[in-house]
Ligand binder design. Structure first.
Ligand code: SF4
Length: 337
């Protein structure tokens, strides 16, 4: 369904300037932005994928991954097509890197009302826009998030963090949590592997934190690309400068899409990364390593096991609300029922 974009300005000569993501594309009449899903039609910017769903699932919240946000709950998860990144290693390239014109017949249309109703009927505690970049269908997520909050569902973005400040501030009253990918900590990485910029991503993290949105960060550790001790140290120093209680997930890379000449991340590299990060951060996790104790949450004060995770099976063991049962320490970054 077509919908007029919420964030753009009209320029001379029939051009428009989009303010949804950090590309801030200037688009001539009849043309589309970098994402391929916003089109200038006679001086109006139109979102082409409003309500067009490519993927829908009931997922554990841990799959996003969010480990400190209503652990053990289910979240109704939706994605569309398109992206504002061009990551060589994209795991969801079949939906993120396709043309909407070619894929539109395979998409299902759900209004925001229908998606919220389905989330409620499935017994989910919340709703997430995930699988591809949620900013890509900002208008749909914004309308849905407003409805979701009115129905007492939590709302989640799983995002590359490339939205503008205007977009984030607009949706923030209705957005509870974000998992933001920090894909590397050098501009060289973002240029070579994603064709984008690091700085807007870091600004989104800082802005979301200041807005009071619950945030967790994911860093996919790619051998030889972003896994040096120097880069991990710079990244974790930067996170701790915002708040050392922000949970950070270091995930194992698997060769995919156009990055198939790099091998899977060795467990040893992930464990070394974990050791570096733990010097500065209270909650560091490993991802895509099922059964590893780097998936568990321990009390930063007394080291008691608080939440045990094996894959997506979650057991809350040593918590009452967001306090450690043993020593009573409050975990302000943990939201629980
Ligand atoms: S959402 Fe981003 S990539 Fe798409 S048109 Fe707007 S500024 Fe360009």
């Amino acid at each position: 369904m077509d919908m007029q974009s919420y964030l753009y300005e009209q320029l001379d000569g029939g051009r428009v300037k989009c303010a949804t993501c950090a590309w801030r594309c200037t688009i001539k009449d009849g043309e589309r932005g970098f994402c391929g899903v916003r089109e200038n039609r006679s001086g109006k910017l139109i979102s082409l994928n409003y309500g067009l769903v490519s993927s829908v699932n009931v997922d554990p919240i841990e799959k996003k991954p969010l480990f400190h946000f209503y652990p053990g709950t289910s979240v109704f998860s939706l994605g569309t097509v398109g992206c504002n990144f061009r990551c060589l290693h994209c795991q969801n390239y079949s939906i993120s890197q396709v043309s909407i014109d070619e894929s539109v017949r395979g998409l299902v249309e759900y209004t925001p009302e229908q998606s919220i109703e389905m989330a409620k009927k499935s017994g989910c505690r919340g709703i997430a826009w995930t699988y591809n970049e949620p900013t890509i269908w900002f208008e749909y997520t914004y309308d849905s998030a407003k409805l979701a909050k009115a129905q007492d569902l939590y709302t989640v973005y799983v995002t590359n963090g490339y939205m503008t400040g205007e977009a984030l501030e607009m949706i923030s009253p209705f957005l509870d949590a974000m998992n933001i990918d920090v894909k590397g900590f050098t501009q060289e990485f973002y240029t070579k592997l994603c064709q984008t910029r690091l700085k807007p991503v870091l600004e989104t993290v800082e802005r979301a934190y200041k807005l009071g949105i619950h945030i967790e960060l994911t860093y996919l550790v790619i051998p030889g690309r972003n896994d040096s001790a120097v880069e991990i140290t710079r990244f974790t120093d930067w996170v701790s400068g915002i708040d050392s209680d922000i949970p950070v997930h270091f995930s194992r890379f698997h060769p995919d899409y156009k990055l198939t000449d790099v091998s899977m991340t060795p467990t040893k590299t992930l464990e070394e990364t974990l050791d570096i990060a733990k010097k500065k951060l209270s909650y560091v996790y490993l991802g895509n390593v099922p059964g590893h104790n780097g998936e568990n949450t321990r009390c930063p004060k007394c080291n008691s096991l608080l939440i045990e995770r094996i894959g997506y099976r979650t057991k809350i063991i040593g918590l009452t609300g967001n306090r450690c049962l043993k020593c009573g320490l409050e975990l302000p970054s943990l939201h629980a029922e």
